[in-house]
Ligand binder design. Structure first.
Ligand SMILES: [Zn+2]
Length: 253
């Protein structure tokens, strides 16, 4: 299995528009973060988790020409706003399978009604296949995917376990029985916004405590704000099996 970090930034990305914060001005490519998303590949399959406003740029920069589907963690704009840009995949492949909570489909239908409508569709508008995710395992090809239920302030969010790999973003609270589902995972990705507490995201301390609970071999932190600091400086302070993710980072397992 290969994981590519398409984006590792929080909702505004880094740099933030108009910001003169030193991290936003950094010339280190690792300090430039598009909105969070990953590509998960195994055998001939390729699935994208989330489809934020940087989706087009993310697909172009890794030269991705085929996806088997899009899996959504939740409906916030930094995870869904790029949806129209599935068009090139739709033109080549036909209807694109989407996987999401029922509530997320409801929200997507409000924002992208022209994609989900079945009547009088404008030519060139993409179509999708709706696959509803409940909090129970589902199959993608031959692989069982286990949803991990969590909360982003009061909003339900899904993380996902793909075999030995798990990806959780935008989490603030995860119940113990959900943490159990992560036991034995080799690589864990989890959100770590900044040092200071936040109402809907793990801060660094909470993220590291979560890693400690799950005990993966290796952990990567994502959904990072410029307030967390420079990539290289933050990395030096982390435990030896914990890494700050950065855009275009690839991991194989
Ligand atoms: Zn987010």
């Amino acid at each position: 299995m290969k994981i590519t970090f398409l984006g590792t930034g929080t909702s505004q990305g880094i740099p933030v528009i108009g910001s003169d914060h030193p991290v936003c001005l950094s010339t280190n490519p690792k300090d430039k973060r598009l909105r969070v998303s990953i590509l998960v590949e195994w055998d001939d399959f390729a699935y994208v988790v989330d489809c934020g406003p940087d989706f087009r740029q993310q697909m172009l920069r890794i030269d991705c020409n085929k996806i088997d589907g899009v899996i959504f963690t939740h409906e916030h704009a930094d995870h869904t706003a790029g949806l129209d840009d599935i068009r090139p995949f739709y033109f080549r492949q036909g209807d694109i399978p989407f996987y999401a909570h029922k509530r997320v489909f409801g929200e997507l239908k409000k924002r992208f009604d022209y994609i989900f409508t079945t009547k009088n569709k404008y030519p060139g508008v993409p179509s999708v296949i709706e696959n509803e995710i409940k909090n129970k395992p589902f199959k993608l090809g031959d692989l069982e995917v286990i949803p991990i239920n969590g909360y982003h302030h009061k909003l339900q969010v899904f993380g996902f376990r793909f075999g030995d790999f798990a990806y959780l973003t935008d989490m603030k609270t995860v119940a113990d029985e959900e943490v159990e589902k992560l036991k034995g995972v080799k690589v864990l990705v989890v959100n770590a916004l900044r040092e200071r507490e936040h109402i809907s995201h793990f801060n660094m301390t909470e993220a590291l405590n979560f890693v400690e609970k799950v005990q993966p071999e290796t952990a990567y932190l994502t959904h990072i704000s410029h307030y967390l600091g420079f990539h290289d400086e933050v990395q030096q302070k982390l435990p030896k099996n914990v890494f700050l993710a950065y855009d275009n980072l690839e991991i194989e397992l």
